[in-house]
Design a protein. Structure first.
Lengths: 214, 357
């Protein structure tokens, strides 16, 4: 059984997207608990991928292929999980703030979160605080992910957090922030719950916020 | 100080020689800044006004964009947009949203059939008229640098970044073909560009790195992009022209490759992730460095802070040549005008050789 888990883990790390379906089905046929496949193969694999990306061993393309490989595995396993475990690992709203049309970073985080089993609602770019609050109110996500590439649009993130407070929604959603000019100090200063320096860190944060790593 | 343009000054810096002063170097300055400097409105169509600005502000060249699908040029009226719009409307009659056909808003090549459908002929229709027109406007000593040759960025823009990144691993042959077609068009344009004596070089504005490092692996860059840069470098040098390169991000992992491909000038040494003093020490004797005054400082700093930073850069990077002073990206409309002036004036005041700071 350990062999199945190790093979699946290595397939995700190596981005063997064409092989993952067969490998996961073989593991299920061999009687492996779907939860074990997720928790002992897929998630640890993405931890390795995140570390390899952070250390410069792999780059965005390889990381994304690992993410979609994991997603393929998760999609096969979801229907087999008992009770409400087949539900997503949490809902995340992703957006680039008002005045900012850049979306590479946001799109990478979106794809990585989806790969990790989160339900992601990507609202796109140039989102005003008002529009975001409206969506948070309506969707009630676990996490709101905000991105800005420009120093000129970075203050918009602060506006969104202030508006969440004003509308009584701040304690109902975790806010994670990222983007080229954003750093941990800024995130702490404006009262965000977390900062991700890259897409892999954003996934770790999301898992921590939702307790999805356990 | 005599601000007469003299491209030999810039050329000397590239060749690591000290002349009268450290040159100023930018690849783009927003028209609003140019307008404030001249005290009259300068627009994209006002080539005479642009030349006047670059000359009076103390630059030895004017950068002119002449490239396949250059950002800002892919307007509703351009040939490529017209052709794409016709294509979209044939497939989805009644579409009204320009996002469906404007290359600045969408990507077109997702799978192999898209590659064949894409109107490459229209994309290869590059307008060189501005480059020709500027010749008669140039003051003595001033040259033109053609901003052209973008390969990596155009390829991922045509494919959409996530799709490009996935396909680079899952369908590398498709990505390789898009690279090949884009690069071939850009490379062919060099023939026309270098037929003009007033053009002194080509500035490839092609972001290859994030703040954390290369956007794709160095191996993939070598395989698909850098072999073209090498050809660009050879073409430039065969024609006695300079090969200048702009890329945001942390280029540390790529600098040796860029130098070996014949890049003469690298700009802007992104101050958010690269330290000019360290870059100068590690690579400064093999490549000319341009830029590094933080755009955030240009936006939010004081003129005193700008002056202090410029002096640091002059002290760390200017001795021995191989350096031109400029912003850490470009000079955007949101830079404080007084900070732009402070950057320029401090360089002109303290950048006389030999540097005494």
């Amino acid at each position: 059984m350990g062999d199945h888990l190790e093979t699946i883990k290595n397939a995700v790390i190596g981005g063997k997207h064409a092989e993952i379906k067969t490998l996961v089905l073989d593991a299920i046929d061999a009687g492996l608990d779907p939860n074990r496949i997720i928790n002992e193969a897929l998630i640890p694999a993405m931890d390795v991928v995140g570390k390899d990306f952070g250390s410069g061993k792999i780059f965005v393309p390889e990381m994304l292929v690992s993410a979609v490989t994991m997603k393929t595995g998760v999609d096969i396993l979801k229907p087999l999980l008992g009770g409400d475990q087949g539900e997503s690992r949490g809902t995340v709203i992703m957006a680039t703030v008002k005045g900012d049309l850049h979306d590479i970073g946001k799109n990478l985080v979106t794809m990585m979160l989806e790969g990790a089993g989160f339900k992601v609602i990507d609202l796109g770019v140039d989102l005003s605080a008002e529009k975001l609050i409206e969506q948070v109110n309506s969707i009630r996500p676990d996490i709101l992910g905000l991105s800005a590439l420009l120093t000129t649009t970075m203050p918009e993130i602060q506006k969104v957090i202030a508006e969440l407070k004003a509308q009584g929604l701040r304690d109902k959603v975790k806010v994670m922030v990222g983007g080229a000019p954003v750093d941990r100090t800024f995130a702490e200063k404006i009262g965000a719950d977390g900062y991700g320096a890259n897409a892999a860190e954003a996934v770790q944060l999301a898992r921590r916020f939702t307790g999805a790593s356990t | 100080m005599d601000l007469k343009p003299d491209f030999n000054r810039f050329l000397a810096a590239v060749r690591h020689k000290e002349t009268d002063r450290v040159p100023l170097g930018e690849v783009l300055i927003d028209y609003s800044i140019q307008s404030k400097f001249l005290g009259r409105n300068v627009t994209a169509d006002d080539l005479a006004g642009q030349v006047e600005f670059w000359a009076k502000a103390g630059y030895d060249y004017i950068p002119i964009t002449v490239s396949m699908m250059s950002p800002g040029k892919v307007t509703e009226e351009s040939k490529i947009t017209r052709v794409l719009k016709e294509m979209v409307l044939r497939e989805k009659p009644g579409t009204t949203d320009p996002k469906a056909w404007n290359l600045e808003m969408t990507s077109f090549i997702h799978e192999r059939p898209d590659l064949e459908k894409f109107p490459w002929e229209a994309a290869a229709d590059i307008d060189f008229s501005k480059l020709h027109e500027v010749k008669r406007l140039l003051p003595e000593g001033m040259k033109v640098i053609a901003v052209s040759g973008k390969i990596f960025t155009l390829t991922w823009m045509l494919m959409g970044f996530n799709n490009f990144a996935l396909k680079l691993v899952l369908d590398e042959a498709l990505v390789a073909e898009v690279f090949e077609r884009v690069a071939s068009i850009q490379f062919k344009a060099l023939e026309a560009i270098f037929s003009m004596d007033h053009v002194a070089g080509v500035w490839v504005v092609d972001d290859v790195a994030f703040g954390t490092g290369p956007m794709i692996s160095p191996a993939a860059f070598k395989k698909h992009v850098f072999r073209w840069y090498k050809k660009v470098g050879e073409k430039c040098h065969e024609n006695n022209r300079l090969f200048l390169m702009h890329s945001d991000g942390d280029l540390s992992m790529l600098m040796d490759d860029l130098i070996s491909m014949g890049v003469d000038v690298i700009q802007p040494i992104d101050p958010s992730c690269m330290d000019m003093a360290k870059v100068k020490k590690q690579w400064g004797d093999r490549i000319c460095l341009v830029g590094n005054v933080s755009n955030e400082l240009l936006r939010s700093g004081t003129t005193g802070e700008i002056a202090a930073r410029v002096k640091e850069l002059l002290r760390d990077a200017a001795p021995g040549g191989g350096f031109a002073l400029g912003s850490g990206n470009s000079v955007p409309n949101w830079a404080k005008f007084e900070n732009y002036l402070a950057m320029r004036e401090t360089c002109l005041k303290h950048g006389s050789y030999p540097i005494r700071l």
